[in-house]
Ligand binder design. Sequence first.
Ligand SMILES: [Fe+2]
Length: 206
Amino acid sequence: MPLQSLFITQLLRDSFANAPDWAELNADLEAACMQVAEDDEAGQQWCEDNGYDGYTSYASLNDLENRANAFADLKAKLDLKAAEFAQASHMDIGNAKWEMDSFWINILNPLAAHSGHIHPHSVISGTYYVKTPEGAGALKLEDPRLPMMMNAPSPNKNAPLSAKRFVYEKPEPGTVMMWESWLRHEVTPNMGEDLRISISFNYSLV
Ligand SMILES: [Fe+2]
């Protein structure tokens, strides 16, 4: 049938785990995340005050890349990946440059989740996954057209991923995912018995 797919929502899912130095980098990232979580008392307090079940540096630190070489190495990889994503998404950015304006750790305890949200004031957002125990929460993405679908039938069981209303991506260590910051997403509960560790980021244009 002569159908065209219009108004596409792009999700980049890739992995850094194939790089020869990845296992060492990921181990360093895990250790650095745990060290920052232990040292960052302002962040611990923020998590307690805001009901965050685990640890995040989102509200307390803005210099993660200076706190361990592993964070700086990861940022360099992400900078390249974000530029590729922008190009593949046909973004016309004129003379502007990409800047990673936030970069933060997420450590979710068993049963912890992160409810639906967008990332205002940014253009590209995403997450790199350090540790995803068996049963760790998925990244759940929502069809951005949901508010307009008041009478639209649900897609049938055999519908391809591109036609689904909700998409669940189960990350593995080394997985990197990126999307446009307006895309609403959440993290489903961590049903694993261990911590789920990830590092998220936002890119803006300057
Ligand atoms: Fe998010």
